[in-house]
Design a protein around this ligand. Structure first.
Ligand SMILES: [Ca+2]
Length: 199
């Protein structure tokens, strides 16, 4: 009985330990440098007014994505990302607020990103005229074709977005059933110990 419990505990531990897998980029054209025959940065999908590529400012390369004065949010989407349940993703991007220095703030200014149901909001955003890096973690829901969606509105000036990345880190959250196993093993062990004491 002792030996059986030992092997069951060892097996459970092995199942819970994460396999080390190198981080992998899940999207393409994250720097908006490649344009299709329509002059758009495929496979990104642009929707709404005031969203376009721009040559200045850029964080890297020759192009970045601009969300400018519109009065309603525009969206930028890339889809078809496999997001297995419990797999960890690190989403990163560089953002610029193009509002001139020293002028009073007017109008609505919002910028957020959603990956496979996890939302990240930049709030009031970076300091003006300064590239700022944002990142957050999200966990796959099992969607074989998940999307990353940027949604931005800037009534006064423009947001500039560049160098987007969606890394699959290789970390995996254990399945709920596996997470319960150590508890069940503990209860089984306690029962065995109590029976031995009574015997
Ligand atoms: Ca770029």
């Amino acid at each position: 009985m002792h030996r059986a419990l030992y092997w069951l505990a060892a097996f459970t531990l092995c199942m819970c330990v994460t396999t080390a897998v190198p981080a992998q980029e899940q999207i393409s054209n994250g720097g908006f440098e490649v344009l299709d025959t329509n002059g758009e940065p495929a496979p990104w999908i642009l929707d709404g007014q005031g969203i376009t590529t721009t040559t200045s400012p850029v964080h890297a390369g020759f192009l970045a994505m601009q969300f400018s004065k519109v009065g309603s949010p525009a969206t930028l989407t890339q889809t078809g990302i496999a997001a297995p349940w419990g797999h960890e993703f690190l989403i990163g991007f560089w953002l610029w607020d193009d509002t001139d220095l020293g002028v009073p703030e007017i109008g609505t200014k919002t910028f957020k990103v959603t990956f496979d149901g996890t939302e990240f909001d930049v709030g009031s955003g970076p300091s003006r005229q300064q590239w700022t890096y944002y990142s957050f973690y999200a966990y796959g829901t099992g969607d074989p074709s998940a999307s990353i969606v940027f949604e931005g509105q800037h009534d006064q000036s423009a947001w500039i977005l560049d160098d987007v990345s969606v890394f699959k880190t290789g970390e995996v959250v254990p399945e709920p059933a596996l997470m319960q196993l150590p508890v069940l093993l503990g209860l089984a062990g306690l029962g065995y110990w109590r029976r031995r004491r009574i015997a």
